[in-house]
Design a protein around this ligand. Structure first.
Ligand SMILES: C[S@@+](CC[C@H](N)C(=O)[O-])C[C@H]1O[C@@H](n2cnc3c(N)ncnc32)[C@H](O)[C@@H]1O
Length: 424
């Protein structure tokens, strides 16, 4: 049965809740002080799409930009730059090969999901600061008439900032002619460029502890952080805050973790000075071909391995249904399964993985965002689970279940549901 265009649009629009800032073109990797550079950006949802009705006719997303200093050990923890400051200004629109005479009203997005701005790095004090490696953090600073239909109570958290780098600040010497223009208009095309995008999540503000998650949008499903993982991140914060005994000195397993965000977040909380969880084992699993990105993210956040000897952080390849690979992971006390429920043909294998990884007291938390599955397919999945597990749909502000307090408001805004499975 085919669906009409209107039904198709309505189906797609259900997926719009959280946006990300992504790069539209690479940026120059060497940055000369006091010189302007143009950055072209996009607003997209988890599927890489933008809903024009969210910003047309008069919406704006104003962006700000900061410099972050990477640590010596890996990339994180980032700290603010004490020496250099970054100035930002609106840039002219560039459409169909033409640069407009006027600048946009603000730096960022004006009535369009394609945005732009210019930045320059200047010295924070009179003395000459040293150059060196930095990262550029592009974040929303103000939303005006965005999203159009739902302006009350919207906060900046609906847009995920982007961190790009490394860029090298140099204090003199290099000629950087056209960098304030769109890349297509540069005369000198030989410059090194950077396109690497990260999302950064704080676990402690003072001292700064944060992790950076490298995304690879071009590598398909495992290469990015899905909405469900952002909701499950909030769930993990609540577990750490309200039910630390589920994690502390326990084995947590982030199943089919994609980028590894949730497992790395738990590890970084174990390394955070104020945290209630101090030790434990964390296993992060993915399909064999997707483990590399998680390993890269471990290297990016290398400080986690040094800072807390009490935290054992491991990545493993795990194809659902493969008993041998599951046995290598060992039984887990807490299993986090974010957005793993999307292909009915793998349901039996997925439930087998849950069974293989569980002991009698294991808790499994599933973040499920309804997209393409039919009601029958959903029922089939839960019936397979019911053969081994008790299933609870946890509810926001509920009082029936001790875990209802783990459900964040984001579940409503994103339509991600939180289920818990416990062994029967
Ligand atoms: C939608 S992504 C979710 C990734 C991550 N958990 C998140 O929420 O950001 C689903 C993940 O399941 C993994 N996956 C798909 N089929 C699998 C299978 N048969 N065995 C193991 N993992 C699988 C994919 O590699 C992908 O990373």
């Amino acid at each position: 049965m085919s669906i009409t265009d209107d039904e198709f649009v309505a189906k797609l629009e259900k997926h719009f809740s959280l946006y990300r800032i992504n790069l539209r073109s690479p940026i120059a990797s060497t940055v000369v002080r006091d010189h302007w550079y143009r950055v072209d950006i996009l607003l997209v949802n988890e599927l890489g799409l933008f809903r024009r009705a969210d910003i047309e006719p008069n919406g704006q997303v104003i962006v700000s930009c900061d410099l972050l200093v990477p640590s010596g050990q890996g990339v994180t923890p980032f700290s603010p730059d004490p020496n250099w400051k970054l100035e930002i200004r609106a840039a002219p629109e560039f459409t169909q090969g033409k640069l407009s005479a006027d600048r946009l009203a603000v730096p960022g997005f004006v009535s369009s999901g394609k945005g732009t701005f210019e930045y320059r790095v200047t010295c924070n004090n009179d003395k000459d600061a040293e150059g060196g490696k930095r990262f550029l953090c592009i974040r929303p600073s103000q939303l005006i008439n965005f999203p159009q239909k739902q302006q009350a109570g919207v906060n900046l958290d609906i847009i995920l900032p982007l961190v790009i780098g490394p860029i090298e600040i140099v204090t003199c010497g290099l000629k950087q002619g056209d960098t304030h223009l769109p890349l297509e208009l540069w005369r000198d095309q030989t410059m090194d460029m950077v396109y690497e995008g990260y999302r950064v999540f704080d676990t402690s503000v003072q001292p700064p502890v944060n992790i950076a998650i490298h995304e690879m949008w071009d590598s398909g499903i495992p290469g990015k952080i899905w909405d469900s993982a952002l909701v499950m991140l909030d769930v993990m914060k609540r577990i750490i805050d309200k039910r630390p005994e589920y994690i502390d000195a326990k084995h947590t397993l982030d199943l089919s973790a994609g980028t590894g965000l949730l497992g790395l977040y738990v590890a970084s909380m174990m390394a955070s000075p104020q945290s209630t969880i101090k030790q434990g084992k964390i296993t992060i699993t993915e399909l064999d071909e997707a483990v590399d990105l998680i390993n890269q993210n471990l290297i990016t956040n290398n400080f986690l391995n040094h800072r807390n000897a009490q935290c054992q952080l491991i990545t493993r390849s795990l194809l659902w249904g493969n008993s041998q690979e599951a046995a290598c992971c060992g039984k887990a006390d807490l299993i986090i399964a974010s957005d793993v429920l999307y292909e009915a043909q793998f349901f039996q294998d997925l439930v087998k993985a849950f069974v293989d990884l569980s002991h009698e007291n294991t808790r499994i938390y599933i973040g499920y965002k309804r997209r393409g599955l039919t009601e029958e397919e959903e029922k089939y999945f839960w019936s397979l689970c019911a053969e081994h597990f008790s299933i609870t749909l946890l509810t926001l502000n509920g009082t029936e279940d001790i875990d209802d307090c783990l459900v964040p408001q984001m579940t409503v805004d994103t339509s991600v549901q939180l289920y818990r499975l416990t062994v029967k």
